[in-house]
Design a protein around this ligand. Structure first.
Ligand SMILES: Cc1ncc(COP(=O)(O)O)c(C=O)c1O
Length: 434
């Protein structure tokens, strides 16, 4: 039974953060973790769906390390596979069985995927997909959309976080982004096929690819309008460009076959990371064999010292085999749906305006909105401060959430965790409303 602690004290985290700042810039390893309150928390252990911090709190975790921990921590099948591989070799920098095994699994479970390449992070794999698309088409321009995140490199880290009055244009997100590096990136509003068609008219034979998150999870878990994703694929085909779904979040999460399976739409390329290896560092690009011919005939290259690392691949094989067990995705979706329903019901009962958006294994909560947003801009009026208060209250009640309203559900979340989280929502939701 959760109860709301008045004082969620974090003296050890605070001390470690102060110490860390003396040697590690910012005291965090990824800039996006800097503002995760109440302080950047330090953790020492994870077990199933629980995190244990250095101040002795046991927290029910719905962050899943920003998505990857689809099986929670310490999953026996993944741990066993990794230990087995550790005993054989850490790295080869050369070919091994695991590559063939995982590539064959990906081709089997991802609809329409005929070839894959491996890299390490989502950021890298997005760049690999862009290069493939550019080499294949001989063109250089890339269309991306407002509020979509595709990693931290200059050509895609544009128009990611916007203010309401910002124009729809290619805007850098931070310092150190020279304009030349995003000069070939066109930014459009999402969920608007006419805008894409118009861009193809404005730039005939110049656009190499259209890059989209199939569900705009990074911009508030907005869903694509009916026909939108197929419309992108069709427009790309019509204009000789490559359609790319960035499935770093949706892959192996919304269905085993990601958005391809969930929406029944087959883009030319898809990018995978996060849930693919359940917390180990692995990413992949998959798609039509014809596009990958640009690697085979030497038109371009894809490289990386750590590509195909046997330990991470072993983790991925074990992850996918576990996810393939019957009922896994149904259970995750049912868990998420019940959480959403609880949040929405309690909010209605208490007169707190909010909506939840997304699919049930990854969804976002928007305080202060009355209708599901269809674009990132429509999420901007949401009450982020109110959500921050709710998140903090949930933390005090023992539930760990991401700061941006996103909830990740994993296979380790059972009915026990559901009851705990539902009670925490009942106990805390009052604090969120204005
Ligand atoms: C949709 C999407 N693409 C790409 C990335 C970048 O992945 P990584 O952080 O592994 O580099 C992320 C990270 O959150 C993401 O959400």
């Amino acid at each position: 039974m959760p109860h709301v602690e008045q004082d969620f004290s974090t003296p050890q985290s605070e001390a470690l953060h102060r110490r860390s700042c003396q040697s590690l810039a910012l005291g965090v390893s990824s800039g996006l973790r800097r503002n995760v309150g109440p302080v950047p928390m330090f953790f020492e252990r994870g077990d199933g769906p629980y995190f244990f911090d250095v101040d002795g709190h046991k927290l029910l975790d719905y962050t899943l390390a920003w998505g990857p921990l689809i099986l929670g921590n310490n999953h026996p099948a993944v741990t066993a596979a990794v230990i087995k591989q550790l005993a054989r070799a850490y790295a080869f920098g050369a070919q091994h069985h695991g590559e063939v095994e995982l590539a064959e699994i990906l081709v089997r479970v991802l609809p329409g995927v005929e070839r894959v390449v491996f890299s390490n992070t989502g950021t890298e794999a997005v760049q690999a997909a862009l290069r493939l698309a550019r080499a294949f088409t001989g063109r250089s321009k890339v269309i991306k959309f407002e509020g979509h995140y595709h990693g931290w490199l200059n050509n895609v880290l544009v128009s990611y976080r916007l203010k309401p009055n910002d124009p729809c244009a290619t805007l850098p997100t931070c310092g150190g982004q020279p304009a030349a590096e995003f000069a070939e990136t066109l930014v459009l509003p999402w969920n608007d096929l006419d805008a894409i068609a118009a861009a193809f008219q404005r730039h005939p034979h110049e656009i190499a690819c259209v890059l989209t998150e199939p569900i705009l999870v990074n911009g508030g878990s907005c869903m694509p309008c009916a026909g939108y994703l197929q419309g992108i694929v069709d427009l790309c085909r019509k204009h000789g460009a490559v359609s790319i779904f960035d499935e770093v979040i949706t892959g192996f999460r919304i269905a085993l076959g990601g958005a391809r399976e969930f929406f029944g739409v087959t883009p030319d390329l898809s990018v995978y990371a996060k849930a693919l290896a359940a917390g180990f560092t692995l990413s992949a690009v998959g798609g039509r064999a014809e596009i990958f011919r640009v690697l085979e005939d030497g038109r371009t290259i894809h490289a990386g010292t750590y590509n195909g690392n046997p330990i991470n691949l072993a983790a991925a094989v074990a992850t996918i085999r576990t996810l393939e067990e019957p009922g896994t995705f149904d259970r995750m979706r049912a868990h998420g749906l019940k959480l959403r329903q609880t949040i929405e019901r309690v909010a209605v009962e208490r007169g707190i305006p909010l909506v939840t958006t997304g699919v049930d294994s990854v969804f976002s909560v928007h305080f202060g909105l009355h209708a599901p947003p269809q674009t990132y801009r429509e999420t901007l009026p949401a009450d982020a401060v109110g959500y921050g208060r709710f998140r903090l209250a949930m933390l005090c009640a023992g539930v760990h959430l991401l700061p941006d309203g996103r909830w990740y559900i994993g296979a380790a979340h059972s009915d026990r965790e559901l009851l705990f989280a539902q009670q925490a929502i009942e106990d805390t939701l009052t604090v969120g409303g204005k």
